[in-house]
Design a protein around this ligand. Sequence first.
Ligand SMILES: [Zn+2]
Length: 384
Amino acid sequence: MRIYNTLTRRKEDFIPLEEGKVKMYACGITVSGEAHVGHGYQALIYDVMRKYLEKCGYNVTYARNYTDVDDKIIARSKETGIPADIYAAEMIKKIDAVMAEFEVDDPTLWLKATENIDNIISFITRLIESGHAYAAPNGDVYFSVASFKRYGCLSNRSVEDMLDGVRVENDENKREPADFALWKAAKEGEICWDSPWGKGRPGWHIECSVMNYKAFGEQIDIHGGGRDLIFPHHENEIAQTESLTGKQFAKFWTHNGLIKVNGQKMSKSLGNSLLLEDLLKKYTNEAIKFALLSNNYRNDINITDDLFPEAEKHLTEFYTVIKAVEEKFGRAARVTPKSIISSTPIWTRTSTPRLPFRSCTDCLSRFPQSLQRATEAVPKTFGR
Ligand SMILES: [Zn+2]
């Protein structure tokens, strides 16, 4: 099997760290608001990847996280008057419910930032002791980017280039502009925990390093997330973890494309966010998944007004064809789009199992075309 690796920018043979086993982590949702279609898409991609690996015979441990403390959650808590921890817990419940309706399965492990504060504090302490991080006088703790020579290895850019493209807060607590926060001192009234550096809360990037370390140890096979996370989030995860362990963190870095709506980036500020809950009121989960998977997972998806109605039309055609096949050959021939999309073991239902795809990326990119070919070919074959 070959998987595209962002780290090396090519497809590589997949050889797991431990024979027969896969350790896989995908960055989850920051629960500052309800799940939009981009969240659903990412969860779907890694659910399919996990299931495909399982079909290939691997024993997969798949972990996802919830970022349940963060600037945006604190801002929402202030706006609504709901304490930040209660706000986050309620949002997680809502997101879980909509994902269940979308029929994306739970990972093997669910991890939450707020359940790992002690682990985060001890991880940061070790980074300070080894000279990779420093506590600022105000109680913040920063990672020293200059201390990690491979910084930029994932996004393939120099520190100067990276700083060029992002807004860098002019913060006198940092030694260098590129340094990033591992721990943030609490402001008045904010949710916080005690630490050796005073009351505060973890930065975003450190959570994923720590939760990976806790769940899997020093190394994992596959780390996934949206392409927008390559820099700075994943670059920073690599710096934190590899500074601590001295080993390569993830063997494969995989990144899914992003969602656009009518050609525009989807964002709250543009007011074009499509909530998964609203889409599920209009379309079946199968049609939404079919549309979202009708593209290579590394490409962006442009959601136009026609995308989901078209998908529903194709599925109806597909079921019509399946019905015709069943009438001719009986139910043994039954293969549904749902069985493919949710990756139930369609090939184990036949007496001669045959994997239709050569690799994960092929799996994600080719099956919609296969379905389409099937819908076109079968009527010809069976004289409809
Ligand atoms: Zn992450």
